[in-house]
Design a protein around this ligand. Sequence first.
Ligand code: FRU
Length: 474
Amino acid sequence: MKPNRPRAHLTAPSGWINDPNGLIEWQGHYHVYYQYNPFSCEWDTPYWGHAVSTDLVHWRQMPVALRPTPGGPDADGCFSGCMVDDGNGAPIAVYTGVVGADEDMRVETTCLARASEDLTRLRAHAANPVVDGPPSPEATEGFRDPFVWFEDGRWQQIVGSGSRDVGGIIYRYVSDDLLRWEYAGVFHRGVGDRHDTHDTGIMWECPQLVRGEDGDVLIISVLDREDPSRRKVVGLAGEVTPEGFVEKSRHLVDHGSAFYAPAVMRDRRGRTLLWGWITESQTPTACTRQGWAGTLTLPREVWVGPDGALRSRPAAELAGLRGTPLLEAGLDLAAGERHPLTEAGAHLWLEADLRLDDADAVRIELLASPDRREHTDLVVDRRAGEVRLERGASSRSQAAETATERCAFDPSSGRVGLTVVVDASTIEVFVGEEAAITSRAYPTGPTSTAAAITAEGGRACAEVACWELLAAIS
Ligand code: FRU
């Protein structure tokens, strides 16, 4: 039995995965590549794993697509990158090649890889590297994760970097042919301000752009080298201009501790789809015991809201993940009365429209054991003005981190729509379209699978629908 393993989220057959890479829709297929170490459950020299789908619901695992070239500029790893159509019908991966196993001595460059016709093999280009390192010695923290798009008749590339004394930096390059790149200045930079609520650290990884009518969002994955637990994903709301990115405000892209290094793509319908890496919150030893580590989020549709911040929801196709209906009910919740929703919630899609009436809070228990010694609670707390995921009792094992995660909730209307997807040890929560919380929970008991709902301190109403989450990875 594999109690922690998701069945609808992309997870490596075995070994370690991190960032999603090279997202592209090509001839009716969605391709997702990912940072992959097939040899152990810890991060090491990355390859690109690969999965394919025609409907965003069902995924087929494919063989490794890209591997380091001995003696090449990616000899010690094919780090993160993207995929573009070169305009002549050939998909090309643009990624970071790494030489040097020691983190402080690494040489990071931009490399290209041409895809075979079916996109199953990516071959490193003979011209690699096409950008041979940062444009300035101020880039002390790395130079990686190219994001490429076509605009104003030219290819544009932004690359993540950072300076120990200053903060994150994104460099910009332009090209006519993807091969020769001209440095075009700093696209955006941080100020390493620890007093800002969204402190953006000293290294910005995996820059991604979401374009919208109401502005653009530059997504950065923020690495704080002094305290790696301070990893987070920040959306910089603003505007792309010829001179660089003009930032107007900042927000978190996801409020969970297990979400990092998301990547976006635009599909043929014009939607922007996003996948993130769902990190493990349990120890490396526990991962090695289970044989795999890390998974990707479900595909999310994201867009720029009227306030310039990112909005998200599960891609519409994911309704196809809803299997057997478990419950559909309008519930009048009396204060303190616990309503069971299902016993079979290890793989669960739950929709809840809540009206708090005079209740202070509504608590939805997930992954609960019959004796309730294990449970993970999603709490809509009107008094605190927050939605939080309480993980203190998630697991009786000591091997997992269990901090509470929270996002703001405007208590004035007393209404909120929640979408919750539990897929074994992964939990994705959408609070309206405004906020998401991606998290992990590792209950130890095989019967820690129940869900229930309770109003606290008063009455509340809940329209709830639950389905079994289908298995979708082969
Ligand atoms: C983000 C990251 C990227 C890098 C990759 C290496 O998680 O550190 O910056 O390209 O992972 O696996």
